[in-house]
Design a protein around this ligand. Structure first.
Ligand code: HEC
Ligand code: HEC
Length: 698
């Protein structure tokens, strides 16, 4: 039997757990009438460690296309569809850090690629990995790609800032560039086409080779000295650096290993800390071998084999996807609370990066709608808590202090640890709470991109008008998209709305993400989740009347909520101010939706967000309007070349770019569901074209 929760009642508990604490914490925090400076964001790439928040500039040219940055130094010019943000606001969004410690900033600037002498950050390499190389400016003095940011080093006892860390922010996953007819369009809030795991694996490989090869290491040290990250090239400095690199390599490899392979110590996992072996290719080869043995053609047979395949096959996320929830749970309920093996579980449900316009206005967010956009006393605890959870899952560090420290080896303050003393309440972390408040605030004014006639072939208005009739069930009442996907007029984009949750059994799309979220037991071991450092702590930290945890946790959501609450409690004044900046949905909430559901959201700006469905298993809108049995089963994701007819990206491999070969035959990758008359897949070709024409206008 699959150890997952069934039915609305139990699932409702999970949902409640997530939101229970945060309002409560906000209430307690709200009683302390304090506030922090909200005029700056913290940013570690500039000497002052902060930059003023750009002024909001209302834009009159909404929907227009303008040049964002002229081409120079061999760069193609950038174009932007106006989405309500000034050029300055866009840059602030791209480069404001969230507290992710992925790699020391200096190392990222200095390290070469594993198998050549080019910088890892070289624009061509970033393009190859699906990230967007960006020009230098005050927000980005070292020309990191969009979404790569620098968290300031914490000040030491001598008042000097410690080592700055580089890592992604929201824009690494939620900003995209689309290419068509020689023009590049930047679209904020659109799903990135980057391959996050390949980036991680190649960074790990690059660092491994650097610490093993003398000439590479020499050049690395020279660069670090030249850029002022190491005072001088001495034997002692080299030794310290090598020690730090060894520590960090294990840490990076560990991230990949737990997410790709789960908890089985004995199970062979090709994420080895061996220099010169491409971690990513090794993993891909393992999956290819498995596929050759396990490929099964019919849906029924596939369902029967599901458990066997699942145990062995973890689809690589590839371009434009990660299993965010899986990775967050492995982090908060495994690594952070010192239950490294027992609580790990493979991240086998990679999902597309959702688009962000309209997210702050929605009642619930995440593909399965588990996070409510709640606020309490004007403090946006819903989004602030959600974003804090995201940082913890994406290289944010937290020091969870156990009730009984004797059970855990006390850290001697290695360079990976969260610096500073334990706070009076909650847990010390690297999360930049105030920056999160600003980012969420900016997102509330982000608008969907309008189809740019002129850059892309113009929309046929007559055809689109006919498509609107079909969409709204006026041509055939049995085809009615608006039953689930509410249409939001452009002028109302800032208004709150309710998303529609549809049970996975009804919608029929791949259930892995929704199922994994509700796992009550570790599927690999069949055992309950261990509580580790949370043993003896009370749920949500602030519920002093609640029963403390014993040796196990009811579900992994508990570990997430306790840590999010711990981060927010640790820094009252910033949390309150950041919470006030975080704009939220303001209407009423539905109670009792089945948690095993996916969210049908308004399709505003949907043209710019391929591939489609929560797991990105359908490359274009035209393919989504095709019966599940006739959708493409194998296609490449990663090209930026836009296809304005089918509406999506080209699905062929592309020179100079790594693409992910999507195979829809395996759990996590299924392209089933959202099929049948109601969903438009039985319409005639002309009607489908009209419907697509209308979807372009949304
Ligand atoms: C490493 C990639 C990554 C980063 C960094 C990241 N996200 Fe996401 N985000 C995701 C993925 C993947 C999901 C979908 C997860 C799911 O629901 O299973 C998501 C979901 C969301 C959602 C829910 C959207 C909806 O409509 O349901 C919001 C809002 C969001 N992210 C905002 C942010 C913000 C704000 C930041 C930065 C503070 C951020 N994200 C950073 C990958 C990322
Ligand atoms: C019964 C409710 C329902 C109806 C009717 C419906 N959809 Fe959906 N739709 C959903 C759900 C739920 C999802 C999310 C499924 C998932 O991601 O697994 C979805 C996803 C989508 C997506 C992909 C969104 C994304 O971000 O990738 C598109 C596009 C879409 N629907 C278009 C349509 C169109 C066009 C119609 C009408 C012909 C339609 N839908 C009818 C429920 C519905």
């Amino acid at each position: 039997m699959i150890p997952i929760m069934c039915g609305a009642e139990q699932g409702g508990m999970v949902r409640k757990t997530w939101i229970r604490t945060l309002p409560l914490a906000a209430f307690i925090l709200g009683l302390t009438a304090c506030g922090a400076d909200t005029s700056h964001v913290e940013i570690g790439s500039v000497p002052a460690g902060k930059l003023p928040v750009p002024k909001w500039q209302a834009s009159n040219a909404m929907g227009g296309v303008a040049e964002l940055a002229p081409g120079q130094d061999g760069w193609a010019g950038w174009w932007g569809v106006d989405q309500g943000w000034s050029a300055d606001q866009r840059r602030a969004f791209w480069f404001t850090p969230q507290g992710s410690w992925m790699v020391p900033y200096g190392w990222l600037l200095a390290v070469e690629q594993a198998n050549n002498q080019e910088r890892f950050l070289a624009p061509a390499n970033m393009e190859r990995l699906g990230y967007i190389p960006a020009q230098k400016d005050i927000w980005n003095p070292e020309a990191l790609p969009i979404g790569f940011t620098v968290t300031p080093g914490a000040k030491g006892p001598d008042g000097k800032p410690g080592m700055a860390w580089a890592g992604p922010n929201c824009a690494a996953c939620h900003t995209n560039r689309l290419d068509y007819g020689g023009k590049s369009l930047i679209i904020d809030g659109a799903p990135s086409l980057g391959d996050f795991y390949r980036l991680n694996a190649e960074l790990l490989d690059a660092l491994l080779v650097t610490s093993e090869q003398k000439d590479k290491f020499d050049r690395f040290v020279t660069q670090l000295v030249a850029k002022g990250f190491i005072p001088a090239d001495t034997p002692a400095a080299r030794n310290e650096l090598l020690g730090q690199m060894a520590e960090h390599q294990i840490w990076l490899a560990e991230y990949l290993r737990r997410n790709l392979c789960g908890s089985h110590q004995s199970k062979e996992c090709p994420v080895d800390a061996k220099p010169g072996v491409s971690t990513y290719d090794a993993y891909e080869a393992k999956n290819t071998a498995l596929k050759a043995n396990l490929r099964i053609q019919t849906l029924e047979a596939r369902a029967r084999q599901d458990a066997i395949i699942r145990d062995n096959y973890v689809p690589l996320p590839g371009n434009g996807r990660i299993d965010a929830i899986g990775a967050i749970f492995n982090q908060v309920s495994g690594y952070n609370i010192a239950v490294p093996e027992a609580n790990y579980s493979p991240s086998n449900a990679p999902v597309s990066y959702p688009f962000l316009w309209g997210a702050p206005q929605s009642d619930v967010v995440q593909w399965n709608g588990f996070a409510q956009n709640t606020s309490v006393l004007g403090i946006g605890v819903g989004p602030l808590g959600r974003n804090t959870g995201e940082v913890l899952g994406v290289y944010g560090r937290i020091r969870v202090t156990p009730n009984d420290p004797s059970k855990y080896t006390v850290s001697d303050g290695s360079f990976e640890d969260v610096p500073g003393k334990d706070p009076r309440f909650g847990f010390a972390s690297t999360v930049l709470t105030m920056n999160l408040g600003h980012i969420e605030n900016w997102l509330s004014s982000l608008r969907s991109p309008r189809w740019p006639d002129g850059v892309l072939p113009a929309i046929d208005k007559e055809k689109a008008a006919r498509g609107a009739q079909i969409y709204n069930g006026k041509q055939d009442e049995k085809v009615n998209c608006s039953l689930c996907h509410q249409v939001i007029a452009r002028k109302d984009e800032g208004e709150p709305y309710k998303a529609t949750l549809i049970q996975t059994s009804v919608i029929g799309t791949d259930p892995a993400m929704a199922d994994n979220f509700l796992l009550r037991l570790n599927k690999e071991t069949g055992l309950e989740w261990e509580s580790g450092k949370l043993e003896g702590k009370r749920p949500n930290l602030v519920e002093f009347w609640a029963k403390p945890y014993g040796t196990t946790l009811p579900d992994r959501g508990e570990a997430l909520v306790v840590q999010v609450a711990g981060v927010l409690l640790s820094d009252f004044s910033n949390t309150i101010s950041a919470g006030r900046l975080s704009k939220t949905y303001t209407g009423s909430f539905d109670k009792g939706a089945d948690p095993r559901s996916y969210k049908a959201r308004p399709l505003t700006g949907i043209w710019a967000t391929a591939p489609y469905l929560h797991n990105g298993s359908v490359p274009t809108l035209a393919d989504l309007l095709t019966d599940e049995k006739r959708r493409p089963t194998s296609f490449h994701v990663g090209s930026r070349q836009f296809d304005p007819v089918k509406v999506g990206y080209q699905t062929e491999p592309e020179p100079g770019r790594e693409t992910y070969e999507f195979d829809t035959g395996f759990p996590g990758n299924f392209n089933t569901g959202h099929t049948g008359r109601l969903y438009g897949t039985e319409l005639g070709d002309d009607d489908k074209l009209a419907l697509i024409e209308y979807l372009k206008t949304l």
